[in-house]
Design a protein around this ligand. Sequence first.
Ligand code: NOJ
Length: 554
Amino acid sequence: MEKKWFKEMSVYQIWPRSFCDGNGDGIGDLKGVISKLDYIKSLGVDAIWFSPLYPSPNADYGYDIADYRNISSDYGTLDEFKTMLDEAHKRGLKVIMDLVVNHTSDEHEWFKESKKGENNPYHDYYIWRKGRKPGKEPNNWLSTFQGKAWEYCKEIDKYYLHVFAKGQPDLNMDNPKVREEVKNIMRFWLDMGVDGFREDVITFISKKEGLPNGFPLPTATGIEHYSNGPHLMEYLHEFKDVLDEYDCFTVGEAPMMTTKKALKFIREGENQVLNTMFHFEHMNCDNIITNWIVTPFRPSKLKKVYKRWQEDLYKKAWNANYIENHDQPRIISRYGSEKYRVESGKMLGTMYILQSGTPFIYQGQEIGMTNANIPSIDRYKDVSSINNYNLFRKLGFSDKFTMKICMYAARDNARTPMQWTNDKNAGFTTADEPWFEVNKNYHEINVQQAENDPDSILHYYRKLLSFRKENDIVKYGDFQLLNTEKNIFAYIRHMGEQQLLVVCSFSEKECAFRCPKQFDIESSELVLSNYDKNIVIHNGFMTRPYETRVYFIK
Ligand code: NOJ
């Protein structure tokens, strides 16, 4: 497998609104980011991915962009961005921008022009249709975030399509002028020196001709007609011609992706259009299809998914590994245990960072932040949480039941301010009130505490990331899942003469780990673990709650 810089790197994701407030207005900003660059560097990561920093009315907190070539005044100025970019580069940190081109904000100039009517040169930048008959939308599509996927515009007697919130009209990518705009936006940031893009729902950009009715679902009806649509590959090839002019990195966000489909886009060679992809399969082990249809967490499903992605892509394509981001509730509260927070936090980090692929770490994950458990819908900020809550209530579920789901599944769980210290507002802001409430557990869980505790999750992540950096087997070795009891996830990585064994328990109960005879762990070197006194008996051990051990097999 060819070595590349992006395969060597690990990435820290910043959701800017909640990372660090540098000017005391209660909202995270670039000044705050600059003040934390040394901290980010100290983790051992090589790049930062920024969720959108652009001007936005925040219908979806930045994922509704009003100007692709500027920085939101909430976060600073373009000059401050350039300073941040320089400072990051000085420290050897690359900078990856979020590229959101499936849709814009309804406050983008293009959209304002577009809704002036058919004769406006921007009209065809968006997807406008006449109703089927008066008062009836052009088709039965539902948005993911807010009711119908169509919004009526009285002035021109037409509807515009929005597969997310109302304030996020979908761009008409079939219009070559729109694709030119996208390429110019890419050039704008790459010329400034950014190092790559995370491409938001990029697999949604091509809609099926005729926009046929979709299979009826409670939400996102029509998705089969725009996910992996007919011209997706063609458009990505066009974009790639621009990307090829630069040495940059791309990761495409790809809901409902399978390894088979992913290989069409990311298989190394002539037809490759993206370096890697974010799939969601491993995030569906405690739910069905959406995070809101909650089921008990099943480690057996997680193992199957990872086996598939590790094996199917090996020597063909590259994985993007993550267990948290701004769309996912905190992983300790889902696949780990709040009771065994430190143990399970370390285990979960080991489990995914030591697989092949580029690891992504979301702000706060490295200190083991947990779900915010906000008990009342009035205190939620995210459009999709509020919409899902209303949908469940409309379907007849009680407030108590719906709130329980919401507390577990809402994206808000990942969006509370970063917990820096034990001081007021967790040291996130000097303002009286942060834009969004701080998780109450910040007295126990914060960066300052973690720095002072040699056994913290934070110090363990540093060890994990430096171990990955120093050992090619972690990046380029192959992956073999071991047959174990259901709550243990154990795998071997091989490269040349080297073999690395990773054992992870997903249970607080004792489980028996028996290592296959061909690997002798008694005489092996223990390189990472989350407990002391790591005894081995008969080439195995009984696991302690959420135990993890990593051995170099001798
Ligand atoms: C995926 C982003 O990660 C999410 O936060 C956003 O709401 C949707 N795409 C729409 O842009």
